[in-house]
Design a protein around this ligand. Structure first.
Ligand code: GAP
Length: 521
């Protein structure tokens, strides 16, 4: 790739996404709506292909059923799931400019020098608070017989950036320390020091009203994850599909979160799509299935083209309120590593809670062992939109091509190419007449119409053929089919491979099978 900083690469991808019709900012003509995006003509195809690849992988097997539950659910769903109580982030507002910050994001924006300064400034209060706060004591892990010794050691440790960040994060959500810490922090937006409100819990669920009256008894939430629709239908699906454990339920759908800090293009948005599967197992078998699904899901991303060296598992330090174990599949985006899918061992948490809140027993009766129990759940939860971003970023390449000029000198040009997996590529093939005469356009139109019965195919006759190739390279079209003089003689066409730029000749009647082999999901 031509030398680019990581920021440049992201900027170029965002710009290509707009220019080529992959992704547009929502409501752009009104100045845009933060955290919401629209998928254009190429984007919608890529997104559909990603979802189709996931759906086929997950549901074309005996032990998984599909579901499409409604986005709006009974409000008790979210009390039972723990989202009303726990799906919150601590937030502070700058009193001067009214900017709102998630506490951990605010801490991230403090310079290294100031981090240690803040810890030193609040060291006496930390010493006092640690006396009866075991968590803080363990974070500080400082010994000292006298308060002076303790504070001196603590102040020395404060030069360690990670240590100070952890201490400040903790202080910001601890009532006895928060106002002291906030006094030392500068607003990243307006530069005012120490003018923040205290941290308050902010729920990330969108609320609306069902029916004509906007009163609290009619308030409902717009789902922040698709998983709950699956739990609510556990008994319906098991009975109607006559499934036995272990079995899963898969669903693709929109989810909504009132994220405070939307960032990095499609990575963290307020409206996004999830591809989730809940696999119900006998308690005791959960760890085995957790490992199984980790591997299957990781390999799916590799199979559809993500580079192995850009992927890793992360075992998060902090588990969600429902999880006994979790493994995040992370991808290295130009802005850093980020989760694209979470595999969670949710135990019997959700089914148990829905049993408590609904009064309906979410149990399974094992006919062989004559046991009745609440199944454990292994969840695979991928973002369709985040996967889209990962596939888009991973596919992007700038190649420097050298060419010999007629006067003997050499020059170079940059070829931008999207190496999307052929099964995911929005357009499967482009068909060109080499020139716009001698019956070539008519034949190329005929080939296009014929292939369109099965594939998304694009016809293009404008400009030099080299430019047409370049346009398709940017679209990620894996094959370009050209009708040339030889076609008129022997009914063969050239097929050019996007990645290698090599061409082969193939009889027209073999193109369909050629494409079938390469592009079917
Ligand atoms: N049901 C479990 C669950 O929702 P999560 O880790 O909160 O778990 C799962 O979300 C996946 O959904 C993430 O790995 C990510 O791909 C996607 N996701 C979550 N929040 C998102 C957001 N604000 N924007 C885009 N994708 C998001």
């Amino acid at each position: 790739m031509a030398s680019n900083s990581k920021n440049d690469v992201m900027e170029k991808i965002v710009s290509l996404a707009k220019r080529k019709g992959f992704v547009f900012q929502s409501s752009e003509i009104y100045g845009g709506l933060n955290g919401c995006y629209d998928y254009g003509p190429l984007g919608v195809e890529l997104l559909r292909n990603i979802k189709e690849a996931w759906w086929k992988e997950m549901t074309l097997r005996e032990d998984i059923e599909g579901l499409d539950a409604s986005i709006l659910m009974h409000p008790k769903t979210w009390e039972a799931s723990g989202h009303v109580e726990n799906f919150t982030d601590p937030m502070v507002d700058c009193k001067k400019c009214k900017s709102r910050y998630r506490v951990d994001i605010l801490a991230e924006q403090i310079s290294k020098k100031n981090l240690s300064k803040i810890v030193k400034a609040i060291a006496p209060a930390l010493y006092e608070a640690a006396k009866d706060n075991a968590d803080l004591k363990s974070i500080l892990s400082v010994d000292g017989d006298t308060s002076e010794e303790y504070i001196t050691t603590l102040s020395k440790k404060a030069d360690d950036e990670i240590f100070s960040m952890q201490v400040i994060n903790f202080a910001l959500i601890t009532p006895a320390l928060a106002s002291l810490a906030l006094k030392e922090i500068v607003c990243p937006n307006c530069g005012t020091k120490g003018e923040f409100t205290e941290a308050r819990q902010f729920n990330l669920m969108f609320k609306t009203f069902i029916g004509p009256l906007e009163e609290s008894s009619n308030a409902i939430f717009i789902r922040p994850e698709t998983a709950q629709g699956i739990y609510l239908n556990f008994l319906n699906v098991r009975e109607s599909a006559r499934q036995k454990l272990p079995f899963g339920i898969a669903q693709i759908g929109k989810a909504f979160r009132n994220e405070i800090n939307t960032k990095n293009f499609l990575f963290r948005t307020r409206e996004f799509e999830q591809m989730e599967m809940q696999f119900f197992v006998k308690p005791g078998d959960d760890e085995k299935w957790f490992d199984y699904w980790k591997e299957i899901r990781y390999n799916w991303f590799i199979r559809y083209g993500l580079k192995k060296e850009k992927m890793k598992f992360l075992l998060p330090d902090k588990l969600a309120h429902y999880a006994k174990a979790a493994a995040d599949i992370e991808y290295e985006f130009p802005f850093g590593w980020g989760e694209i899918e979470g595999i969670h061992n949710r135990t019997d948490f959700d089914l148990k809670r829905h049993t408590e809140f609904s009064g309906k027993k979410m149990e399974y009766y094992d006919e062989q062992t004559k046991e009745r129990f609440i199944p454990y759940v292994i969840e695979t939860s991928a973002g369709a939109s985040r996967s889209f971003l990962a596939f888009l970023v991973d596919a992007y390449e700038e190649q420097e091509l050298k060419k010999e000029n007629s006067d003997g000198t050499t020059s170079s040009e940059i070829r931008v190419v999207m190496h999307l997996h052929p099964a995911l590529a929005p357009i499967k093939a482009a068909v060109f007449p080499l020139v716009n005469r001698d019956g070539m356009p008519e034949l190329a139109h005929k080939i296009t119409a014929d292939l369109r019965k099965n594939f998304n195919v694009f016809y293009d006759e404008s400009g030099a053929v080299g430019r047409r190739y370049r346009r398709q390279d940017e679209n990620g079209t894996p094959y370009c089919i050209t009708v040339d003089t030889q076609t008129l003689e022997d009914n063969t066409v050239t097929i050019r491979d996007r990645d290698t730029m090599e061409q082969i000749r193939l009889p027209i009647d073999q193109i369909r099978n050629f494409l079938m082999d390469k592009v079917l999901i």
